[in-house]
Design a protein. Structure first.
Length: 398
């Protein structure tokens, strides 16, 4: 809805679109509780949001200049994205918004942050967790990005030719982060948000079907998403508690999705480019084809992480590399690598580092240190399922 309203009313009214959508959803919650859900809820939401935006613009006496004939063809009760009136070269308003939001006047960090907010619907806190940055930094980045787009008078128009290709990298970064938040949510009750994963896969498929997206790195990202998503139904039990990889029922993994993911992984091998999507998809594939946890190709996974460190030496990759060392070469070797990261400025407040330290200390028989690490991790996460897992581990230690 935000993307469609922005296309309709212009990028200069992006904040208006966001505000109107939020207010429309609140209105729906209030009215539908008493009147019931309408027959066409999507159409109701779209029409209410569009009318509200028109009212705001009329009050501001800027309707004629902003609309410029864009609204006349709109039909009442028409839902965004799905109808013919919304067709354009990429076939999806959200995807078009991604390419438009990756305008060269913005830095890559600002592009990704803005699109996670406007297209992914992420909160400032969720984006901050994804970047391992303070909320205030992300909030300021969003304000500056919107002001820059307004100052540059950016229009809701798809770039052409090489410019579309130039923006592809940032679009893939956004899809990657949307999927990751769905696969392992940073906030709330649920570890998994399948809606986000499905939306990221849907948008990535659209990119892969467009001429600009028929590239190895797009296929690699799609392979990564499909291979990871094949395990979604096995990651939580009926009570919403986390099931660790070694305890998951592999018979419940989606084999069709794994086969499709391996197909796209094969397509991604064409050409000379090797991206972090390729390496992460390779790691996911090794998990997907392993008969059980013990027979997983941990040495191969470690080699992939070593290569990944050369391409993308992010703090989270460093953490995953250390865990892979433990699985390939033993607990003590992995613990040595993890301890090197304990004072990393971006990881010392990251709960998964302390959770991993707790696990390896426990395996190494250092129960007091394990307990300290689990307790530290508890103070650093607000995720309810994650907290329950840490509490179970502490209870196990007595």
């Amino acid at each position: 809805m935000v993307s469609s309203l922005t296309r309709l009313f212009g990028v200069e009214n992006l904040e208006l679109a966001e505000d109107v959508v939020q207010e429309t959803l609140v209105k729906a919650l209030q009215q539908w509780s008493y009147r019931g859900v309408p027959e066409n809820p999507e159409g109701w939401l779209w029409q209410a949001a569009k009318n509200h935006a028109l009212d705001v613009l009329r009050r501001e006496s800027r309707l004629r200049k902003i609309l410029a004939g864009r609204v006349e063809s709109m039909e009442p009760e028409q839902a965004p994205v799905k109808e013919d009136a919304f067709e354009h070269p990429l076939g999806d308003d959200q995807l078009s918004m991604m390419f438009i939001g990756c305008h060269p006047c913005l830095s890559r960090e600002s592009q990704v942050t803005l699109l996670l907010k406007t297209v992914g619907g992420f909160s400032v806190t969720e984006i901050a967790r994804a970047f391992l940055l303070p909320d205030a930094t992300i909030a300021q980045r969003l304000v500056r990005a919107k002001n820059k787009l307004r100052a540059e008078e950016v229009r809701f128009e798809l770039p052409h030719g090489g410019e579309l290709t130039h923006r592809l990298g940032a679009v893939l970064d956004v899809l990657y982060l949307i999927f990751n938040e769905g696969y392992e949510s940073h906030l709330g009750e649920r570890l998994v948000r399948k809606d986000l994963c499905e939306e990221a896969i849907h948008l990535c498929r659209l990119v892969s079907e467009h001429p600009v997206g028929k590239t190895p790195k797009v296929y690699a990202l799609l392979a990564l998403m499909l291979l990871q998503a094949s395990r979604l139904n096995s990651r939580m039990d009926s009570n919403g508690d986390i099931i660790l990889l070694e305890e998951q029922n592999r018979a419940a993994w989606d084999q069709d999705m794994i086969k499709t993911g391996l197909y796209y992984l094969g397509l991604s091998a064409e050409g000379d480019e090797l991206t972090h999507f390729h390496l992460e998809a390779g790691i996911a594939a090794k998990h997907a084809v392993a008969k059980d946890y013990k027979s997983t190709d941990w040495n191969g996974i470690l080699e992939d992480y070593e290569a990944l460190l050369q391409i993308s030496p992010t703090p989270v990759v460093m953490l995953n590399y250390a865990v892979a060392v433990a699985l390939a070469h033993g607990t003590k070797a992995g613990l040595q690598e993890l301890l090197k990261l304990k004072d990393h400025p971006l990881l010392k407040t990251y709960h998964l580092l302390h959770a991993a330290l707790g696990e390896l200390h426990e395996r190494n028989g250092e129960l007091n240190l394990a307990s300290e690490s689990y307790r530290e991790a508890l103070t650093l996460t607000a995720h309810k399922a994650g907290r329950r897992l840490l509490e179970r581990k502490l209870a196990r230690l007595g």
